[in-house]
Design a binder for this molecule. Structure first.
Ligand code: DAH
Length: 339
């Protein structure tokens, strides 16, 4: 073999065998076999060789080239295998280690309490409906017998978006939507978020939740209201819970009442949960005012009904003995996990 060619081949194979990575291997390939590589330039020198020797010389160059290519391929395989080996070592998995558990969230006490309330009323044949959080003044106040300048508007200081549009202060407006849209009779509860311009403290929040209830049918009396809410209280707080109806005033019901239940913790003796009273106030209610029925197109001579409004946070905080409203809105998993 031509001496020069032999030297190129030997040097190339030596360099290839010594190559440490794919990059340097590629550099060597370009240097030897590339367009400007050593083998290529030797081929170009063919024209200086006597014609009759050219086929034999060409043969030699090809052989050298094949040997170099084979060496390249062999080293490439070796480097790839070594890289794979190193990767496997790096990624070794100790299957005996304890698994990492994904951090799971927890249901909010409000959600747990709401499901309980919904279960009770659905069990009594009520439908669960949704009302808008952004509400017209008409639905939040006017149609509930609270005309402009009524003092009850002051008690529920609210966030106005425009003069006629506001963040609802109570879920009671959903009663009006349902009376306007649904065929009679009606048996519904409407849970949802409400807003009032209150500071956040241990017992108040600028946004909280209520559950509204409405029943409209023929021959509905205060006895139906009492029986329904007494059954609700027993299912929610325990079978020996007693209820007390205290006369109260709401513009959209007549007569109206506030309902107290015997303390589920001390059963009426007086304790920390009921602040020594033995009784706990849980909701407002009453017989739907005839004027409210009329405004929504229902004839009060033919149909009567009752309504009630429960504060969801109040129920959850009582049931789970939570004494500070702040906890309800911080979403601290350490707090939530306790219920
Ligand atoms: N909406 C009243 C409030 O926020 C609660 C209420 C009282 C709702 C009596 C009613 C009801 O439906 O009949 O204070």
């Amino acid at each position: 073999m031509n001496e020069k060619l032999q030297k190129i081949r030997d040097d190339a194979i030596e360099q290839i065998k010594a190559a440490k990575g794919m990059d340097s291997l590629n550099d060597i390939r370009v240097k030897i076999l590339g367009k400007k590589g050593e083998i290529t330039s030797i081929m170009k020198g063919m024209k200086d060789i006597p014609k009759e020797e050219r086929p034999a010389f060409g043969q030699m160059v090809n052989t050298a080239r094949q040997e170099i290519e084979a060496a390249l391929e062999e080293t490439k395989q070796k480097i790839a295998a070594a890289a794979r080996e190193a990767q496997l070592k790096r990624e070794i998995i100790d299957v005996t280690l304890p698994a990492k558990k994904p951090a799971l969230g927890h249901r909010h006490p409000n959600s747990i309490a709401l499901e309980e309330v919904e279960r009770i009323f659905v069990g009594m044949g009520y439908e669960v409906v949704d009302g808008p959080e952004i509400e017209k003044d008409y639905y939040n106040f006017e149609a509930l017998n609270i005309p402009a300048n009524h003092p009850a508007k002051d008690e529920q200081d609210t966030f106005y978006i425009t003069k006629d549009l506001l963040l609802r202060t109570q879920t009671s407006g959903t009663q009006v939507h349902v009376m306007e849209n649904q065929s009679l009779p009606i048996r519904m509860i409407a849970p949802g978020r409400v807003f009032r311009a209150d500071e956040l403290d241990a017992t108040h929040s600028p946004n909280f939740h209520q559950i509204e209830g409405l029943v409209i049918d023929k021959n509905i009396t205060f006895a139906d209201l009492k029986g329904t809410l007494a059954e609700f209280a027993r299912q929610l707080f325990g079978p020996d819970t007693k209820v007390k109806f205290r006369p109260h005033h709401f513009p959209f019901t007549e007569p109206s009442a506030e309902v107290d239940v015997t303390c589920f913790k001390c059963h009426g003796k007086g304790c920390r949960v009921c602040k020594g009273e033995g009784w706990i106030e849980i909701l407002g209610c009453g017989m739907v005012h005839p004027h409210v029925l009329e405004m929504s197109g229902i004839d009060p001579n033919e149909y009567q009904g009752f309504a009630f409004g429960v504060g969801l946070e109040r129920i959850a905080m009582l049931k789970y003995e939570i004494d500070d409203m702040h906890n309800m809105y911080e979403n601290d998993i350490r707090f939530l996990k306790q219920f």
